[in-house]
Design a protein around this ligand. Structure first.
Ligand code: ZN
Length: 415
């Protein structure tokens, strides 16, 4: 049985893959940094942001003021809203095609660029290379998302260099939000090192070449981070808006649904229907692999976040995790077809990435789960917070929206 310690407030354990510490009171570093959201002077922090972006604003309107990485989901709408409507910047939107697009995601992205009236660049890496890398990363890291993360984190930086637009705006810093890796007051910025260590699991694209014969330079060059010399010549910097705005994804999505027509969809494996609606695999196969490797899945992230915001009690959060994390997958057939794999072949590969700390094979094909949710109990010793508000998520669409509308072709408008 794994030796785990759990935060008394949220549902995270001491072996969180991003690194997490528990203080004498048994509260985790992520919960402590979250307390800053109710303590910092956010008006003053917004003014800092206004000052920070000021030198990047082009007065003659002849170019872009900043770059914003977007997709058909997550924080894309809110970031563009902040940049364009609140800061008055002229952003260049960039998006990396992650290949597992839902019709709803394509619709959300088309609607984003139309409603905010922005220019957008798409990066479509050729399917042969993407499949080769996906196959390699699945075998090596148990991750089908490695090329997606590599592409999403590098294309904006490459674009900054090519277009000579130095400022990149990112949303919230995942390490800060989840585990309190930094304080908001540190105002950390994007680094090559963080991308490698956390987004890319310690492996730069070129490192894959020495491990897999099937990969050649022509497959991975699109994922290479620009040279320091090029970055310095343009003065590229990437800032996180979450350091300057009290980041609350649930409230932000609801505002974007109401004002700009962002659309949501339900998932079996979590209760948060706002995140990741642009992808068939993120909340499905990718989420199962997270459970295999780390003993918890995305629903634990969602529940922990809502507990911290005072919208769920710890007991309610744990009940939601237990209700969702073992839900069956919905979209593996499509992935198998895309990869050219059989369901049995895929399952064999997935089973190899089950972490023995959390999974014991009881007989061939049968596994007993001893992950985070099964090891913690809600007891009297737990830090149960009083609820500030109820945690109701609104749903206004399905992942399939767009398939019969003729608007799924990239470049067409909506509606
Ligand atoms: Zn915590």
């Amino acid at each position: 049985m794994p030796d785990l310690k759990f935060c008394r407030r949220c549902l995270y354990a001491s072996d969180h893959p991003l690194g997490l510490t528990l203080d004498e009171a048994g509260i985790c570093s992520g919960c402590r940094v979250h307390e800053e959201k109710d303590r910092l002077d956010w008006d003053a922090r917004w003014q800092r942001l206004e000052q920070l972006v000021k030198p990047y604003r082009r007065v003659n309107g002849g170019s872009y003021d900043c770059i914003i990485p977007v997709s058909g989901a997550r924080d894309s709408y809110f970031m563009v809203y902040l940049a364009k409507e609140r800061l008055g910047l002229n952003p260049l939107l960039v998006t990396y095609n992650h290949y597992f697009n839902t019709a709803l995601g394509i619709r959300n992205l088309a609607n984003l660029r139309i409603r905010f009236n922005c220019d957008i660049l798409y990066q479509n890496v050729n399917p042969t290379s993407v499949k080769k890398i996906t196959r390699s990363a699945l075998r090596r890291f148990g991750s089908l998302y490695w090329p997606v993360l590599a592409g999403q984190t590098v294309f904006p930086v490459q674009t900054a260099v090519r277009y000579r637009v130095p400022l990149i705006l990112w949303g919230a810093h995942q390490g800060l939000e989840q585990v309190g890796m930094f304080s908001h007051e540190h105002e950390v910025e994007m680094t090559r090192r963080h991308r490698k260590d956390h987004d890319l699991m310690g492996c730069e694209p070129e490192d894959l070449l020495s491990t897999f014969d099937i990969l050649k330079e022509e497959d991975i060059w699109q994922y290479r981070y620009p040279d320091d010399q090029d970055l310095h010549a343009v003065g590229v910097r990437g800032i996180y808006l979450g350091n300057y705005v009290r980041w609350d994804p649930k409230a932000q999505h609801e505002q974007m649904m109401q004002q700009y027509g962002y659309r949501t969809a339900a998932f079996r494996r979590t209760f948060d229907c706002y995140d990741h609606v642009d992808c068939y695999n993120y909340m499905d196969l990718h989420d199962l692999l997270k459970l295999y490797k780390h003993g918890y899945s995305k629903v634990t992230d969602h529940a922990s976040r809502e507990i911290r915001f005072g919208r769920l009690t710890r007991a309610q959060g744990l009940a939601l995790v237990r209700a969702h994390e073992q839900a069956p997958l919905s979209y593996t057939a499509g992935f198998c077809q895309w990869m050219g794999a059989t369901p049995q072949g895929l399952q064999f590969l997935l089973d190899r990435h089950r972490n023995p700390r959390y999974w014991q094979q009881t007989e061939p094909g049968q596994w007993a789960f001893r992950g985070w949710s099964t090891l913690q109990e809600v007891g009297a010793a737990r830090d149960e917070r009083k609820l500030d508000s109820a945690c109701a998520f609104l749903r206004n669409d399905t992942l399939e929206r767009g398939t019969d509308s003729g608007h799924i072709t990239v470049g067409k408008g909506w509606p």
